[in-house]
Design a protein around this ligand. Structure first.
Ligand code: 5SP
Ligand code: FE2
Length: 221
């Protein structure tokens, strides 16, 4: 099953609620919220208050991508604010297993994010605890960057690891996902596709969303 997760990083922040509702009507599966702290990544975006404000706006799961140092410090607040999925960067978590347990202890789905240079081997002893692996196909921090094609084999390796162990962990891909790049990600085994500029940067968001979904579906036939 193909899921599309529009990233509100590329939405109009002055009318976020309307933007979220528009992509929900257009058939989005998750709302992807990029949390950046100005330390782990050079940009600053949303905090738990934004998640809390968006919670009543949509029935879709809120997929909260934490690009922050010391995520353990804030996970309880994001969980209480209404996050349904929280993903943390392996590179920001010296005690990754403990951080994953912390997310789960709040009844929230847990995911681990890998930067483009990070091998999937870091998942080896934690993957059984995960609902999602998020593979970055750009270096995190900004929307609208170009897809890093060299990362595609990592999607394949992660999909093989999940299959070998009989797990049903979702593989999400984030960064530079467009109608043109989604096919190779889908063929490699990803099922959840984050798209920011390729949806919110377009005049006709429903058509953009559907175009990405169709391209992913076509690649699997
Ligand atoms: O996490 C990030 C960026 O760090 C993403 O979720 C971006 O928001 C994706 O934007 P596009 O590359 O799709 O424009
Ligand atoms: Fe993201």
């Amino acid at each position: 099953m193909i899921k599309i997760a529009p990233s509100i990083l590329s939405a109009d922040f002055a009318k976020l609620a309307e933007e979220v509702k528009e992509v929900e009507r257009a058939g989005a599966d998750y709302i992807h919220i990029d949390v950046m702290d100005g330390h782990f990544v050079p940009n600053i975006t949303f905090g738990p208050l934004a998640v809390r404000a968006l919670r009543p706006v949509t029935e879709l799961p809120l997929d909260v991508h934490l690009m922050i140092e010391n995520p353990d410090r804030y996970i309880p607040e994001f969980a209480e604010a209404g996050a349904d999925i929280i993903t943390v960067h392996a590179e920001a978590c010296p005690h990754l297993h403990r951080t994953v347990q912390l997310i789960r202890s709040h009844g929230v789905k847990a995911g681990v994010v890998l930067n483009p240079h990070t091998p999937p081997d870091v998942l080896d002893y934690v993957i059984g605890e995960l609902d999602m692996v998020l593979i970055m196909t750009v270096n995190p921090g900004f929307g609208g960057q170009s897809f890093i094609r060299e990362v595609v084999p990592k999607i394949e390796r992660t999909a093989a690891m999940i299959k070998e162990r009989g797990l049903d962990t979702e593989i999400e891909v984030d960064g530079g996902v467009t109608e043109d790049t989604v096919a190779e990600c889908a063929r490699a085994g990803a099922t959840v596709f984050v798209a920011g500029s390729a949806i919110f940067g377009k005049e006709d968001r429903p058509a953009a969303l559907q175009g990405i979904r169709n391209a992913a579906a076509a690649a699997l036939q």
